[in-house]
Design a protein around this ligand. Structure first.
Ligand code: SAM
Length: 294
């Protein structure tokens, strides 16, 4: 079958590779995604990239409300037709780039902010890191994320300090909670078939999530993006160069005594610090007004 037949699309439809359009055609995988989310009528599901609605339909049937954000308006007609029973009652389609949306504000404006938030996506692989960072920082209170990613991305998502994959995404994911691989999928689960394998991940928060709220999480993520730009250089030198501290100043003294108390050596590199150490460092830099934006 062609991609058009499999997805009830016009015969001349051609998937946009640049937008990661590989549609999930494995019914088993679709069922596993829906079951993993353990949906109830209290839940709000945020879906990124509904495409032709393969996943959207079973999700909206079980959720209390579903918000789907899709960048490609070519799916408008098919989605409106497929979802006609739910539009206006418990489904909102938003035609936009997920990276440009203020998610807490959008949910608030829909009046759905008191629901349990669960996130589902067969992600467009070109933007896995940016989208996952955005989701965790904007909605750190989400109860669960069930995400299809390229298999190679798992190493980046779950990387340990000191490894080359370790970066802002791994830090934020670790502070959010736990990651479990639910299943691995071959390219044949999708149409058109991607030349890579995929993994379905489930992320759940730990009891005392360290990310506090979305404002804190966004500021902290910005700090991480700044800090990891020069991940292998000595961070104190970086702060001096960026004029956040001056040599032999009070701020430098305060920072040095903080590092000593925390068991971090003075010439540390940012990539060496564990997520909890990065969080504590951020809090301290904030306290002594040493953050790049101060
Ligand atoms: N959910 C459908 C499925 O599983 O068959 C389609 C998944 S496909 C891998 C990724 C979808 O994300 C596509 O529909 C694509 O147009 C959409 N997309 C890509 N980049 C996006 C972005 N920045 N914001 C919102 N949607 C995006």
């Amino acid at each position: 079958m062609t991609v058009s037949e499999l997805n009830n699309l016009p015969v001349d439809f051609s998937p946009n590779r640049a937008l990661g359009q590989n549609f999930l055609v494995s019914q088993r995988a679709i069922s596993i995604i829906v079951e993993s989310l353990q949906l109830s009528s209290d839940d709000l599901v945020l879906e990124i990239g509904p495409g032709t609605g393969n996943l959207t339909l079973p999700l909206v049937q079980k959720a209390g409300f579903l918000v789907a954000v899709e960048i490609d308006r070519r799916f408008q007609q098919i989605l409106q037709k497929k979802m006609a029973d739910f539009l206006g009652s418990k489904l909102r389609l938003i035609w936009a780039d997920i990276l440009n949306i203020d998610l807490p504000k959008t949910i608030q404006e829909l009046g759905e902010q008191d629901r349990v938030i669960k996130i589902a996506a067969n992600l467009p692989y070109y933007a896995t890191t940016d989208i996952m960072l955005k989701l965790i920082t904007a909605l750190p209170s989400a109860r669960m994320l069930v995400l299809m990613v390229q298999r190679e991305a798992v190493a980046r998502i779950t990387a340990d300090p000191g490894t080359k994959e370790y970066g802002p995404l791994a830090v934020m994911v670790s502070l959010y909670g736990n990651v479990k691989t639910i299943m691995r999928l071959p390219g044949s689960a999708f149409e058109p078939q991607p030349p890579v394998e995929s993994a379905l991940l489930k992320l759940t928060p730990t009891d005392s999530s360290l990310l506090r709220d979305s404002v804190f999480a966004q500021n902290f993520a910005e700090f991480l993006l700044y800090a990891f730009q020069e991940r292998r250089k000595q961070f104190m030198g970086r702060l001096r160069r960026d004029r956040q501290i001056a040599k032999d100043s009070q701020r430098e003294d305060k920072l040095i005594s903080y590092l000593e108390q925390s068991g971090i050596r003075r010439n540390f590199r940012i990539e060496e610090l564990r997520p909890d150490q990065l969080l504590s460092l951020y809090d301290h830099l904030h306290k002594i007004s040493c953050l790049p934006s101060n």
